[in-house]
Each structure stands twice: as C-alpha cells, then as structure tokens.
Design a protein around this ligand. Structure first.
Ligand code: WQD
Length: 338
C-alpha cells in the first residue's frame, strides 16, 4: 500500500513525508521542483533512514498524471500539497493559480474516482474564512468571499472535492484548513526554504535575525487588537504534519463519519506580530530590527482556530508552543546560513 504525496518536497509536504515514514507507510513523492529541491530527499533520509520514491512530474499535464496512475496502481491514499501559495503573486497572476491549483486537483480526483476505494487529504487554509466574525474560528464559520485568487482556489478546491465525494462513495476525503504554519524539524535536516524575499512573517523574522534582511516591516500598528498588530495562530509544522497522518489513517481505516470532512489545524491560541517578535528575541537572545509601517492590503485583523473538532474527532492537538516553534525556525535559519 503506497501513499502519494504531491508537493512532497515542499515545506509542509516534506515534514509530512517524515511522519508518514515514521508510521511505517511507504511514500511516493511527486513534485515539479518549482518551489523546492531534490536535496530535500537527503534531509528526509537523514531523519528516517528511508529514501522515498520521487518522480518529477508536472501535474498540470493531464497525460503525465494519467500515465503516473497507470504505472502506480497500488496507491491507496493521496495527500495533495502541490499548489502555488503566495497570496500577492496570485493577485498579479490569477490564471497561474487557477491552472496550477484547480486543474491539477481535478486530474488527481479523476484518477482516484476510478479506484474501488481511495483516500484523499486536501491542503486547505484558514484563508477560506476571510475575516471571521467570531474567534476562535470553528469549521462551520461561513466561508467568505476570498481576498485573493490564492484563497479562492482553496475555496473552489473544497467545493470540487465535496461535489465529487457526493457522487463518488468510493472516494473519502478530508480538507485540512491550516492556520499559520511555521518552524522546522528539530533535527534541522528539513525546514522552510522560501525563494527570494519571504512573504510570510516568520521566515522574514529569522532572515532579519541572521542578517540577510536589514529590517522587518511590521505591516500595521493600528489594528483593533491589544498591541495594534495583527493576530494569527502560528502552528509548528511538525504538529501540522502529524495531523495529516492521523487524518489519512482515519480514512484508510474507514473511521470517517462522512466521505467528506473538514478540520481546522491550529493551536487555538492567537499571537500578535509583536508577540512573535518578542518570542524570536527570547529564543534567539538577539534584538530584532523592525519598524511599524502601513498595513498590507488584504490582511485581516485576527484569525485563530477552534481546535475542538480536531481534538475530539481526530484525537490530535498541537503540542508545540510559539517559543518552541520559533526556536526551531531560528535553529534552521542558523543551520542553513552556516
Ligand atoms: C502573518 C502576519 C502580516 C510579513 C498567509 C496565507 C495563508 C498561509 C500563510 C499558505 C500578518 C504580518 C508578514 C512581514 C508583517 N499561506 N507580516 N511583516 O498572511 O496570515 O497567511 O500565509 O499556506 O493561507 O494567507 O501569513 O506570514 O504573510 O502574515 O508584519 O514581512 O504577519 O501583516 O499580520 P498570513 P503572513
């Protein structure tokens, strides 16, 4: 029984491959290497002693996807990470996002729908909630008009899966709505490798801390929050990875209540940008150079997860604190810049 991980050389994908292997599952990775590198395979091997099968493949090519599934008939589950994920880029180049994030999903679901039984885990995002009215955010909070094409691809992706599951009883799917993934594997063998200037807060903080960036710009100090900066739910990538394995096993073992389920993956705790900076300064014992500037277009004030459903139904709870996650991010930054 093999598990296919698309985008398995990426940030969350690679950490999930490690946890799948730790549970004795055989993994095959597809990645187009557009936002990752084959060197990540060495990092996975260094941690688990097992090198996953890897095939470079462009999921946008329907024939390549068909040929892959013809060749690998023993795939029982798919964890689908492969997607473009930069909010700003999606605004400038929406068609790239709709082709890469929606087209590829359709091709994979078509292949899985041919099987007698298939399990599918979808990488979704808290972005689907937009600015939710109530905190913490529960899974039944209304999905709001997306702030970006990236967020829209996650909403549309969930609808495509839900519609397909309704008419395909053999297909069992779970959408996992991540809050803000951060950090790196404690071994520092794998971690986040942003290409170019990081869009996300934590890699920008650690790159500023290591001296790669001059100063962190804090986007907005006048939000209606305690310290005026935005609040997010920062979750350690290893906690996130473990949740994927639990969700997949739930489907493989037929323990799901419905053939399409949705779970938030967060810590349940909100942290402001200034609190994230303070956490960095504590774990790194370095002063961070930052400046509060204007708000970033499209940012919401606050988002943190209700974790009751994941805790009670998946039996999963994030284990790491913000400081532990930030320490892992900093250790990784120090390691790769050596
Ligand atoms: C967090 C906070 C910024 C950078 C997005 C996607 C989400 C997921 C994670 C893919 C915000 C502030 C940031 C900086 C700053 N994407 N910030 N200075 O926007 O919450 O979520 O990335 O998986 O789907 O929507 O994450 O890290 O960009 O921002 O002040 O240089 O940090 O304003 O308040 P975001 P982020």
């Amino acid at each position: 029984m093999k598990v296919l991980v698309t985008g398995g050389l990426g940030f969350i994908g690679s950490h999930t491959v490690v946890e799948l292997q730790n549970k004795g599952l055989e993994v095959i990775i597809i990645d187009d290497l557009s936002n990752s590198s084959e060197k990540v395979l060495d990092g996975i091997f260094a941690i688990t002693g097992k090198k996953p099968i890897f095939e470079k493949l462009d999921l946008k090519e329907k024939s390549e996807v068909e040929d892959f599934f013809k060749k690998h008939t023993d795939i029982s589950g798919v964890i689908h990470f492969a997607a473009s994920k930069a909010v700003g880029e999606s605004v400038e180049n929406p068609l790239l996002y709709y082709e890469n994030n929606i087209g590829t999903l359709v091709y994979i679901l078509k292949e899985l729908s041919k099987k007698d039984k298939a399990s599918f885990i979808f990488s979704s995002s808290c972005t689907v909630y937009g600015q939710a009215d109530k905190m913490p955010i529960t899974e039944d909070a209304p999905v709001k008009t997306a702030e970006s094409p990236y967020g829209n691809t996650k909403q549309i992706g969930e609808e495509i899966i839900s519609d397909t599951c309704k008419v395909t009883p053999s297909l069992n799917a779970i959408a996992l709505r991540y809050f803000n993934p951060m950090g790196a594997h404690p071994s520092t063998e794998i971690g986040e490798l942003p290409i170019g200037v990081p869009q996300n807060l934590v890699p920008y903080i650690t790159q500023t801390g290591i001296g790669m960036r001059e100063q962190l710009s804090v986007f907005g100090g006048d939000y209606p929050t305690e310290d005026g900066t935005c609040i997010r739910d920062y979750i350690h990538v290893v906690d996130l990875a473990k949740a994927h394995v639990i969700a997949l096993q739930r489907l493989l073992e037929g323990k799901n209540d419905d053939n399409y389920e949705v779970f938030n993956l967060g810590t349940g705790t909100g942290s402001s940008v200034l609190e994230a900076i303070k956490s960095f300064e504590k774990v790194s014992e370095k002063k961070l150079n930052y400046k509060i500037v204007d708000r970033r277009a499209g940012d919401i004030t606050a988002a943190y997860a209700s974790t009751d459903k994941a805790n009670n139904i998946l039996g999963w709870k994030a284990a790491s604190t913000l400081d532990e996650a930030m320490k892992s991010a900093w250790d990784w930054e120090v390691k790769i810049r050596k």
